[in-house]
Design a protein around this ligand. Sequence first.
Ligand code: BG6
Length: 332
Amino acid sequence: MVERPHKPSSLPNTAAAAKSAGPQPTVDISDDNARVTARLPSGESVTVLLYGATVISWKNADGTDNLWLSEKAALDGSKPVRGGIPVVFPVFGPPPSNHATSSLPQHGFARNSRWEYLGKSTSEASAESERASTAAGGADSSSVKLDFGLYSSNLSPEARKAWPYDFGVVYSVTLGPGSLQTAVNVRNEGDKAWEFQVLFHTYLSVKDISKTHLTGLLGVTYTDKVLSVPSATESTASLPITGETDRVYKAIPQSTTSVVVDGAPRFDVVRDNLPDTVVWNPWKEKAAAMADFAPDDGYKSMICVEAGAVAEWTKLEAGDTWEGGVTYRSLL
Ligand code: BG6
């Protein structure tokens, strides 16, 4: 264990701790019950739409949004959000015709179902780091976790009919100093096994795609959906994005994929129990073909780095649960 120079001799009592902790994170639910916003005392914030439990904004203290959101994204629940972090479940991409998900829409139903807001909490790890930071005289380091739930009973009759399994997904979005974590706990609430895929379809905001590289994928096997190449091996340590890109990197050994802009690290994307990552940029023509993609040159300021478990199916036996998540670090 690392010795801290200003280690407290004993933990203060709860009231004193609350007082010494100073300002606390705030959580607001919009008047129309459509979105939840959490804000740290430092000014960092996250906003989640209950529709799709889609994170639509993750801002640094200076107001910079780390996520790209289309100017024409539908935020009224009429279609999945173009931007932010849509949640893909229980199938990624167009469902295969020979699978139980075959009647579902592309990327499943999670991103176009309304989720329940289950509440907020402060995670133990962040309480620890809060104490460590306060004790070391450091800046405020409080974090806040928002939980959302989606259950078979929340689904539209069409989705329920298309995928008639009993499930519960708890989705936790944790805002910390310089970081955001998204994690799911998937539970089979039924009496027979089923299979699923899950992915966080994260649109990261970058200043200039022509100066953007990804690292951490060297030697990884991928499927190239643009070139229709089922299996290739990444040969570059620093991957530039120079045109339409749609790749599924599979079973990645290293847990971190980094986004580097103009030679400077911009984001670390750290996976936990999520073996795969999709890298997507529609580029000019595909972006123009999407009615909800704006501005037209928006593809120059976004890159999707989508951590997930999508190359294979994850089988969940009756009563079992599965967890996976990803932490994004904003390195500005
Ligand atoms: C990516 C897929 O994850 O999502 C792409 O790899 C797809 O093939 C993209 O085009 C966007 O999908 P959608 O359904 O949001 O338009």
